[in-house]
Design a protein around this ligand. Structure first.
Ligand code: NAP
Ligand code: GCO
Length: 268
């Protein structure tokens, strides 16, 4: 039988940095990594939010180390990486998860808002990846996972900056793979479908008469699975892409979308 070991899916002893993981998708991914054996570091911009998150991690049996750091600030990110290295060891797994969105028609969007979204959702992934790559190259292995979106493939009214950033993030994923695959670094992305988190709460807000938000109905009808995704849906795929089980998977976007991208939409 060819050599196959279920332990290849484990992350024992690995150090993972998940950006923006005080809540939502990042929090779930960090919890999954911890369950698979990894040591967890995460950052967000507010100390108060971090403290609450550390408590939530503890309630979930996870001893996560929190850092205050804005991922758009290169100097701060380099300091963050040094601190994580000092506290836990060099980083084996980076998840570029932190992001923001503003839903506004393009002709009404301030250029400053557009720039801020590109800065957070795309440029920061460059900054964080650049900060961890030298140690990964020196070690001879590393995993970078970028959190993309349906908007890495599709457009939609009101999300011009977010879609531009997430499309760019897909190409940054392929480029990191292209440049550093030879150094045994795998850079892949996860493209979540519509997942029930704070970020999408406005799209699921019930109507004053108690009926479902029209966007909520739209997403259910566009999704073969006929439901919103949950943060739990992303945990297994993230562990796979962080683990040795995916060592020959590189430059890919794994869409975890209940089938949205495969589907033409409900027949009339
Ligand atoms: P979320 O709950 O809003 O989480 C995003 C996190 O990023 C926040 O905790 C935020 O923390 C942090 N953050 C934002 N700007 C930051 C900065 N400059 N520096 C450091 N941290 C920053 O959203 P989510 O739904 O979990 O989304 C997580 C990722 O999945 C994002 O990349 C998002 O685009 C992507 N995604 C989400 C969905 C979905 O349906 N929910 C679908 C596809 C992709 P602070 O504000 O405390 O800093
Ligand atoms: C939107 C945005 C996000 C989605 C996600 C889809 O349509 O408003 O794209 O809110 O959650 O990124 O994958």
């Amino acid at each position: 039988m060819p050599d196959f070991n279920m332990n290849d899916f484990r992350l024992d002893g690995k150090v993972a940095l998940v950006t923006g993981a005080s809540d939502g998708i990042g929090f779930a991914i960090a919890c999954a990594f911890a369950k698979a054996g990894a040591k967890i570091a995460f950052n967000a911009r507010s100390e108060e939010k971090n403290q609450k998150a550390v408590e939530r991690y503890k309630e979930n049996g996870v001893d996560a180390k929190a850092y205050v750091c804005d991922v758009t600030d290169e100097k701060a990110v380099q300091e963050l990486v040094k601190k994580v290295e000092g506290d836990l060891g060099t980083i084996d797994i980076l998840v570029n998860n932190a992001a923001i969105i503003k839903r506004v028609p393009m002709i009404e969007m301030d250029v400053e808002d557009f720039r801020k979204i590109i800065d957070t959702d795309l440029n920061a992934a460059f900054i964080c990846s650049k900060a961890v790559l030298p140690a990964m190259i020196a070690k001879g292995h590393g995993k970078i996972i970028n959190i993309c979106s349906m908007m890495s493939e599709l457009g939609r009214e009101t999300v011009s900056a977010y879609a531009a950033a997430k499309g760019g993030l897909k190409m940054l994923t392929r480029n990191i793979c292209s440049e550093y695959g030879e150094a045994n670094i795998q850079c892949n992305a996860i493209g979540p479908g519509y997942i029930a988190t704070q970020q999408t709460a406005p799209l699921r807000q019930p109507q004053p008469d108690g009926s479902r938000h029209p966007f909520d109905q739209f997403i259910i009808s566009k999704t073969p699975a006929a439901r919103w995704g949950t943060v739990e849906d992303l945990m297994g795929p993230a562990v796979f892409l962080a683990s040795d089980a995916s060592n020959f998977v590189n430059g890919q976007v794994l869409y975890v979308d209940g089938g949205i991208l495969a589907y033409i939409g409900k027949q009339p």
